[in-house]
Design a protein around this ligand. Sequence first.
Ligand SMILES: [Fe+2]
Length: 257
Amino acid sequence: MIDLHCHILPGIDDGAASLDDSLAIARLALQDGVRRVVATPHWGEGTFTGTGAEIQERVQALQGELLGRGVEMEILAGAELFLSPEVPARCAEDPLLTLNGSRYLLVEFPLQMVPPYAEQILFELRLRGIVPVIAHPERNAEIASNPELLRKLVDRGVLAQVTAGSLEGTFGFHIRRVAETLVKRQLVQIIASDAHSAHDRPPLLGNAVQRAAQLVGDEAAHAMATTVPEAILRDEEIELPPPQPPQRRSWFSFLRR
Ligand SMILES: [Fe+2]
């Protein structure tokens, strides 16, 4: 499997604090069957605002440390950009902020809301040939209460990544239900860990893929952690099935609640 979203770089954000933390994340991910991890430090005001080249240097340094200890995990460079009006211009100047230098860019919204400028920025990115990948939409309060907001973005060529822990209940029952709905409706196309450490938010994908398989079948669930991330890392175009409409609830389902 490939983990497209992981805070594995030491000392750059609120993820791994030390090289030992990074090693623990890599070892745990390997045990879970992950062979490639994209290092995606938070990028934005109040956290890291350096260049993609700086991230690449740190990735190469970590890769050397891992291989020196016999930890055969491939680390690639990326970033998780907090969506702000400056993001399109910054990405035009610095294409290395994308996932492995591809056209795909991991972006995150604030947790409470979809900012009023979000749609405009996402489509400005599309016009520049960048495909935004929205990180953990299930944890955004507005999308959670109205998944149609995400459907409108996906219909216009935006991708979305569900966090593995959300499907396992790490963030509570409500977010788990939302994550399941987004998977069933094919509004998310990628499962990634968004790991911050080996303990609290671990780099594990296997259980979440199994949970997704119960919802959409084995093939589609595995694609979310294998073939879709692989196509992203190769900068290939991705053909995806269209989102499904919301499921109508029968009167019986209301009675059963
Ligand atoms: Fe993240």
